[in-house]
Ligand binder design. Structure first.
Ligand code: NAP
Length: 393
């Protein structure tokens, strides 16, 4: 067991983007053990009922191990589904972190800094940033220890000028948008795709990537009582070609508008992206060109997708599903290349990250603050994605 007495030592970090010297406290126990905290569950359920803060210590790394200090970890809808037990990959419960009962650390995405490495680690240095290669890492934690081959390394030049929040949200949503735009239909420049949930992280990424690649986007958002015009303007500023509410999309006469937008169908809509589900998907399918694909990647409304028989038979509309975890496991090198490319586009100002609601996680941050942030993700019409940003840990 590691000694529990913690010594907080001052560490000076030079932040490249601003060239401001920022002192960061680092809490070490005697003998170089890191004092870590994790937000973890011991049973499946609602986040507010099952998430607890747990402390443990991490020994100095040896062999191929890295010790990481987390910088930013988002709270994605899938993380909540996983805690509820309704996601295909289940949390991995363990007593390895010194808890009496087995616990699983929440969170699947994030960025961490390498603060120490074992003697046989090659190609990763202290100060490098890393992103987890696979789902299920448990990223809602101040520190972790892992094998060097389980992370994608982001060296200084690849993150120059970027904030941890930008690097920590690159590996799920932008990747999902990228693959769905590329892997189901070969859209030609000037051709359209239609998507619902267009203001989600994935939707925003799809708008921007499509713009860069010369595709046009018809974007559907949920009608909201306030801020509708601002939301539409925001998505247009990202490069959307049209933004409508679900009500406008389903209204009589919208077909004529689609005809006009698509130049009488000469610029066809050949792809649909769906993260909402329910009857809206059938309405989307009606606007698609023959042979088009609708790719389902989420179910935010919790309503099923029912397949329209006539469109299946007479227009050969294809219904597909996409899961970025499956894709990433099969294509680790492509994933790394994709991450670097999105970071590069972000550095060039060609790709904007999503609006975020940061929650600062310091060494003494209370459990309730962290749990509330996770539970709040279940509410709709949010102004920004919840993200833990680690301060003095
Ligand atoms: N299959 C995959 O590989 C994969 C990868 C990434 C994400 N996803 C899924 O994609 C979806 C979006 O994820 P994200 O991280 O991009 O989300 P996000 O940024 O947190 O945004 C959530 C989106 O869902 C909408 N929404 C929330 N509740 C809704 C409801 N009851 N009915 C209709 N829309 C609702 C929100 O619209 P309002 O602003 O109107 O509330 C917003 O557009 C999630 O289902 C997630 O699990 C899947």
């Amino acid at each position: 067991m590691a000694p529990s007495r913690a010594i907080c030592s001052a560490r000076i970090t030079l932040q490249r983007a601003s060239t401001i010297t920022v002192p960061q406290r680092r809490c070490l126990s005697a003998y170089g053990y890191e004092q870590a905290k994790v937000l973890a569950l011991s049973t499946l359920g609602e986040p507010k009922d099952v998430l607890k803060l747990h402390s443990h210590s991490i020994a100095p790394p040896h062999g191929d191990l890295l010790t990481l200090r987390f910088l930013a970890s988002p709270i994605n809808p899938a993380d909540i589904n996983q805690i509820q037990g309704v996601y295909p990959t289940k949390p991995v419960f363990t007593t390895a972190l010194g808890s009496t009962d087995p616990i699983a650390v929440g969170g699947n995405e994030g960025v961490a800094e390498v603060i120490a490495k074992g003697g046989s680690v090659k190609g990763v240095e202290k100060g490098d940033w890393v992103i987890m290669k696979k789902q299920g890492f448990g990223t809602w934690r101040t520190h972790a220890q892992t094998k060097a081959d389980e992370v994608v390394v982001v060296k200084g030049e690849d993150r120059e000028g970027l904030k941890p929040e930008q690097v920590g949200t690159v590996s799920v949503n932008p990747m999902t948008a990228w693959r769905m735009l590329q892997d189901f239909v070969s859209l030609k420049e000037g051709e359209w795709f239609v998507q619902n949930g267009a203001n989600s992280g994935v939707g925003r990424a799809a708008i921007q990537l499509a713009k860069l690649w010369g595709y046009k986007s018809l974007n559907i958002v949920r009608k909201r009582e306030t801020g509708m015009d601002e939301l539409k303007a925001d998505l247009m500023s990202l490069g959307a070609d049209a933004v409508v509410t679900d009500e406008e999309f389903e209204a009589k006469g919208f077909r004529d508008q689609v005809k006009e937008m698509t130049n009488g169908g000469r610029e066809p809509i050949r792809l649909g992206l769906n993260c909402v589900g329910g009857p809206l998907v059938n309405s989307m399918a009606k606007h698609l060109a023959a042979g088009a694909h609708i790719v389902t990647y989420g179910a935010m409304s919790k309503k099923p997708v029912s397949l329209p028989t006539g469109l299946l038979i007479f227009k050969d509309i294809h219904f597909d599903g996409f899961w970025v975890s499956r894709w990433s496991d099969k294509n680790p090198q492509d994933k790394e290349a994709c991450i670097k490319e999105v970071l590069h586009l972000t550095q060039q100002g060609k790709f904007k990250d999503v609006p975020m609601s940061p929650v600062t996680w310091n060494h003494d941050t209370k459990q309730d603050e962290l749990v509330d942030a996770v539970q709040g993700t279940l509410e709709g019409f949010r102004s920004g994605k919840g993200i833990f940003v680690f301060g003095n840990t």
